[in-house]
Design a protein. Sequence first.
Length: 249
Amino acid sequence: MNSREEIEHYKQKIKEIAGRENIIPGIHNYCDRWCERCAFVSRCTVGISESETESPDLDMKNKEFWEHLSLVFQATYEMIAEEAQETGIDLNTETTEYVQPVQRKSAAGKLAEKYGFRLLPWLKANHDLFVQKIESLLPANEQQIVSFEDAIEVIRWYSLFIAVKIHRATLPALGFDNDEIDLYDKNGSAKIALIGVSRSLEAFALLYNQLPEQEDEILGFLADLSRIQKLLKKAFPQALDFKRPGFDD
Ligand code: SF4
């Protein structure tokens, strides 16, 4: 297949997936993008696309990977442009106006960013300690090993995710014409950020018991997470009532 045929192939595939009976519309907007651990892969257009699209190894240096990704993005962009045109919006219209978006970071956003950028080097620096810990739990405590490894994975997964979602929740305006839609999106983004915070808190609580030699650092991360949680709940008091499509139905 040449590039054009591949783009058309992806467009057809995306349309076919979106038209399936059991799809939950919009489920991917307020999830944590952890598809490997998601119970809704078969009902999510993103999850299905990723599992059913033939994709070369996710090697960032792999030329084939980037070419493939570029085709998928192009197919997706063309579909959005076609839909926009049907509703009277021409995405190719030239504009001379450019309004610089104003983004002032919220206190929760700044703290979440600081937390994520402190956490990643800590995880890297303590890799050997984690391996030693797992070895010390062998062979009898299989369940404990699983919990320990899961806790590390959870913390790593949400390390920067929380800041990204807070950033989205605190954007000054998302360009929607309707304030209600805007608020809906902010609450949804704040809710998934809060979910990431609580899961990270729980995971750190487990590590606190397992890694006494890292007590001070872990307490520091727990304190950051608790503060982010408080700030977010204060800024988005309705976030926890938000019903995430699929997950909270
Ligand atoms: S809803 Fe589940 S399958 Fe879909 S993008 Fe999110 S984590 Fe992945």
